[in-house]
Ligand binder design. Structure first.
Ligand SMILES: [Zn+2]
Length: 685
């Protein structure tokens, strides 16, 4: 046998140089490896002749806790605030550190001379890879795989058209600015509040304004006073028409309606206006994530998070829909030639007939669907060219996939057309209106039924008016008053909150579901059926946070600036220094706020150490436990298996208290207090 040192140079020559590919997570990594023909599989990576495919598991690196910047910051002290590190430190996340080490060692393998970032094609995905590269000390060249579908075809095409990695530097800067802003504001305001009021409280850049929206709506409902009103309808024999005054059809005074009724008694009305209009209603827009989450919430009762999770499976595992985390409702022009294959992929499903109809039609949806200027990172969510095998989908997956297909077919269908005929009649100077509509072409509504403004929603008289002619006179046979009252707006649902968050630029499509879950798990709001309602704890934290942090406009302004950084239109440094200044202002506002308030009591169970009422909560494993809300006390009690509560021994109490003092440094996974005031960047997955 030859000594190893002689074999070594040959080995390099035969093996050649290799490119390291970093995917977002294991499942995606395995797919990339399969398409690239890498076969040698291990726990942390899959290797082929040219490529080594490895993966992150969402973020492997995060901004380090305050304690890593200065040990004294491990304690929560009001005097130390604001904590504004000049340079943010990073740390490898404990529970996935093994994978990080593996990637690092792969980066430094001799034959690795190139790297491809293949994480999610978006702001957060970019950061996942860049932070791993930075902490792993990778200095070589790198490219970017930027794809919107997980099909073999899309992966192959993506690798054939790799982008220069440096083209995404601005996106990475925007992602870093976002992470820093969340860290600085969330952590400082959370600590400032908790220290000032000696109560565990949590606030954040996106969660607090979102919570304020729930409060606004709850207040509108609470302060709402229903007002009675009446609607007047006149019967003309074959048809009836609705009275309408200068400011609409609602009559708020009983006296006015009585006068009107008696004035119209035994009178005749003349048709003064008659019109017929052809109406054409274009199909709705294709789905982006938020619109799909809203519709799935309304139609299927899914939470935003649930929808994203199911969607992720349709995208990654089944490969039958395109990239989910998108905020675009349009497609790029280069998708147009692929529509045929996407329709064909539906032939094995219940949608065959519709898909074939559209295939045969010569309809061109044009700019309403294909508009490059309205697609930034990813186009709208549509089916891929992958043949669908409906029997492989779970009931939930099938329901969501059906919504996406339905919308996809609708956007490719002709407009819904109808003829609206309206008439105005006048008697004693009062006007009456009646309209009817006749559908001439159902169009896209054959596929997806959405009510359109053709008289289905808005009642305006009824009956046959086809023969009505201008100048004709009709006797008012009778009048009818309908008793109504104004109704308050409904409570927010996930669907309406998502819509409002989107409208106000709060968070991103990828993070909104997590923010909602966080507010729920912090017990700041609660679900009641599909309604979201503020809890006393939510009310409490909103009372104590600075007014400025509740403002959606301000947060939206920051979010707009992040987009500008990603587009290279604003310098990251300017944003960073502004957000630092803002952090200082917010902390000062909390400290000087000194509001006189009585903490919410969550139970009648007093803390054995300080006497304050404890709060029931759950730890990460879903076990119930009671915690003391006092920051300086921090006592917590775990339930016994038998269901009762065990009192810890004095020694255990001492240990608990010591732990609690360090709970800002939540390196331990089982830690429960940090969960409760978890001010960390919401995880991606
Ligand atoms: Zn206590």
């Amino acid at each position: 046998m030859l000594p190893l040192f002689i074999l070594y140079p040959f080995h390099i020559k035969i093996g050649g140089m290799k490119t390291l590919i970093i995917a977002e997570k294991p499942s995606v990594g395995r797919e990339l490896a399969r398409v690239l023909g890498c076969k040698k599989s291990s726990k942390s990576h899959i290797e082929g002749d040219k490529y080594i495919v490895t993966w992150a598991m969402g973020h492997l690196v995060e901004l380090a806790d305050p304690g890593a910047h200065d040990p004294k910051f491990k304690q929560w002290n009001a005097e130390d605030l604001p904590i504004i590190p000049e340079r943010m430190k990073h740390r490898v996340i404990g529970r996935t550190s093994r994978q990080f080490s593996m990637i690092k060692s792969l980066m430094h393998r001799k034959e690795v001379n190139n790297l491809i970032i293949a994480t999610d094609a978006g702001r957060e995905g970019e950061l996942v890879a860049r932070w791993v590269m930075r902490l792993g000390g990778y200095k070589g060249p790198f490219q970017r795989l930027w794809i919107s579908s997980q099909t073999d075809k899309a992966i192959r095409e993506g690798f054939a058209a790799l982008k220069n990695g440096r083209d995404y530097d601005n996106l990475m800067r925007a992602a870093e600015c976002r992470a820093e802003a969340d860290w600085l504001i969330g952590l400082n305001v959370t600590r400032a509040l908790s220290c000032t009021y000696d109560t565990r409280l949590s606030a954040g850049r996106v969660q607090t304004p979102s919570l304020a929206m729930i409060q606004d709506r709850d207040e509108q409902i609470r302060n709402f006073k229903p007002k009675p009103y009446q609607l007047l309808e006149a019967d003309f024999g074959g048809f009836s028409a609705s009275w309408r005054g200068k400011s609409g059809g609602r009559i708020f005074s009983g006296k006015a309606s009585a006068e009107l009724t008696s004035k119209l008694e035994n009178t005749e009305a003349e048709v003064v206006n008659i019109s017929e209009k052809k109406q054409s209603v274009p199909p709705p827009l294709a789905y982006d994530l938020t619109a799909l989450q809203q519709d799935a919430n309304r139609a299927l009762g899914y939470s935003a998070k649930q929808t994203l999770k199911i969607l992720q499976g349709l995208y990654e595992r089944h490969k039958i829909v395109t990239y989910p985390r998108t905020d675009s409702r349009h497609l790029t022009a280069d998708i147009e030639p692929t529509i045929k294959d996407r329709l064909k992929a539906l032939y094995a499903t219940d949608w065959r007939v519709r898909a074939e109809e559209i295939q045969k039609s010569s309809l061109k949806p044009g700019k309403r669907l294909f508009d490059d200027s309205r697609v930034s990172d990813h186009h709208a969510i549509i089916p891929t060219e992958e043949t669908v095998k409906p029997e492989r989908l779970s009931a939930e997956e099938k329901a969501l996939w059906n919504m996406i297909v339905k919308r996809f077919l609708a956007v490719l269908s002709p407009p819904h057309c109808y003829v609206k005929r309206s008439a105005e009649l006048r008697a004693e100077g009062e006007s009456f209106f009646v309209s009817s509509s006749r559908v001439t072409d159902e169009g896209w509504r054959n596929i997806e039924f959405i009510a359109v403004e053709n008289g289905e929603n808005e009642r305006s008289g009824s009956g046959k008016i086809d023969n009505l002619k201008k100048g004709q006179k009709y006797k008012i046979e009778s009048t009818r008053l309908q008793q109504k009252q104004t109704t308050p707006p409904g409570h927010h649902t996930e669907a309406s909150l998502l819509a409002l968050m989107e409208k106000n630029n709060l968070g991103t499509p990828a993070t909104r579901a997590d923010i909602i879950e966080k507010l729920l798990s912090n017990r700041y709001m609660e679900r009641s059926g599909s309604a979201l309602k503020l809890t006393p704890a939510g009310e409490e934290v909103l009372l104590l946070v600075p007014e400025q942090l509740k403002s959606a406009e301000l947060t939206a302004e920051w979010e707009k600036r992040l987009s500008r950084i990603a587009e290279g239109k604003e310098k990251a440094g300017v944003f960073s220094s502004d957000i630092r200044k803002n952090t200082g202002e917010l902390v000062a506002a909390v400290k000087s706020g000194g509001k006189d308030y009585k903490p919410v009591e969550f139970s009648k169970k007093p803390c054995p150490l300080c006497g304050r009422m404890m709060m029931p909560t759950k730890d990460r494993r879903g076990r119930e436990l009671y915690v003391c809300r006092s920051l300086s006390c921090g006592y917590e009690e775990e339930p016994e298996n038998r269901g009762g509560y065990r009192k810890p021994s004095p020694k255990e109490r001492a240990v608990t208290r010591k732990l609690i003092k360090q709970y800002s440094d939540d390196s331990s996974d089982t830690f429960t207090l940090a969960d409760m005031i978890n001010m960390k960047t919401p995880g991606k997955k």
